[in-house]
Design a binder for this molecule. Structure first.
Ligand SMILES: NC(=O)c1ccc[n+]([C@@H]2O[C@H](COP(=O)([O-])OP(=O)(O)OC[C@H]3O[C@@H](n4cnc5c(N)ncnc54)[C@H](OP(=O)(O)O)[C@@H]3O)[C@@H](O)[C@H]2O)c1
Length: 251
């Protein structure tokens, strides 16, 4: 198959690209560096010619609901229009488990993206996944207070981005499914424990402490509502296995 990957340079996009190549597909990686911008539509028509599926793993780094909704609505609209023009028969998008009823902050953008995909007229599949093991590193970067690391209170079931990438390619190989079965990680954990394990593994001596943050977004993280239900598919790679793997690189 010829598979276009929007966001192929990102945390999970790199794994989507590698999995698609391992599985013998012809790949078309899209990113701004290679001349495709999903928010303006620049470069999409040429890139999508002859594609059998587009996997969308783009993102915007924000906690503003407005910025997130603007990004995901605009990007989805532009991609679907280009797919319709090029005759691409399958749009595969990645979303996040447990976000129903959490119309706040970044998740507002993901809910808007899911609505746009479902209403867009291109046959689709949406996979919802839990936070990636890599999430602990993103939290460490955002939560640095001098030498300290402030970690939001959160109950998580993180999954390896590598397994999410592999699953997205499998879904692209199949026909459009609508909502696919959720994918979550093998273990429950507190985010603060993952951050501490990561700091230890990287030999970094920085104290990490937990903070309870206000607002629906953070309350949902703290309650464990974003871990997915019992029916979710479980990934196999644990956080500690991921820490020891080449997929984890120390900062
Ligand atoms: N991180 C998590 O824990 C997690 C968990 C579940 C689901 N997800 C979902 O997974 C998806 C990917 O997340 P991620 O953490 O892998 O994102 P990321 O590392 O921030 O990567 C974002 C990707 O989007 C591309 N991009 C951004 N703006 C673009 C634009 N205007 N035009 C073209 N490409 C653009 C970037 O490429 P360039 O900057 O090179 O252009 C990059 O490849 C998101 O939809 C997210 O909601 C994430």
């Amino acid at each position: 198959m010829r598979i276009a990957i929007a966001g192929a340079t990102g945390t999970v996009g790199r794994h989507v690209l590698a999995a698609a190549r391992r599985r013998g597909h012809e790949t078309v990686p899209l990113s701004r560096a290679s001349g495709q911008d999903v928010t303006t539509g620049e470069g999409l028509a040429a890139a999508l010619a002859g594609a059998d599926a587009l996997i969308d793993v783009t993102s915007v780094e924000t906690l503003s609901a407005k910025v997130a909704v603007d990004f995901f609505e605009r990007a989805t609209e532009r991609m679907l229009a280009a797919e319709q023009a090029a005759g691409v028969p399958h749009h595969v998008a990645l979303s996040i488990v447990g976000i129903d009823g959490v119309d706040a902050s970044y998740y507002s953008g993901k809910l808007a993206q899911e609505r746009s995909v479902a209403a867009g007229g291109v046959p689709w599949t949406v996979l919802r996944a839990a936070q990636f093991h890599e999430f602990a590193g993103q939290v460490m970067r955002r939560g640095s207070v001098g030498p300290l690391v402030a970690v939001p209170r959160a109950l998580v079931r993180t999954v390896a981005a590598r397994e999410v990438g592999e699953r997205l390619v499998e879904l692209a190989e199949g026909g459009p499914l609508g909502r696919a079965r959720d994918l979550v990680g093998p273990e429950d954990a507190r985010l603060i424990d993952l951050v501490r394990r990561r700091l230890r593994a990287d030999g970094i001596r920085r104290p990490a402490f937990e903070v309870a943050l206000p607002g629906l977004y953070w309350r949902s993280m703290a309650s464990g509502a974003l871990r997915g239900g019992a029916e979710a598919q479980r990934g196999a790679i644990t956080f500690d296995e991921w820490l020891r793997s080449p997929n984890h690189t120390a900062p």
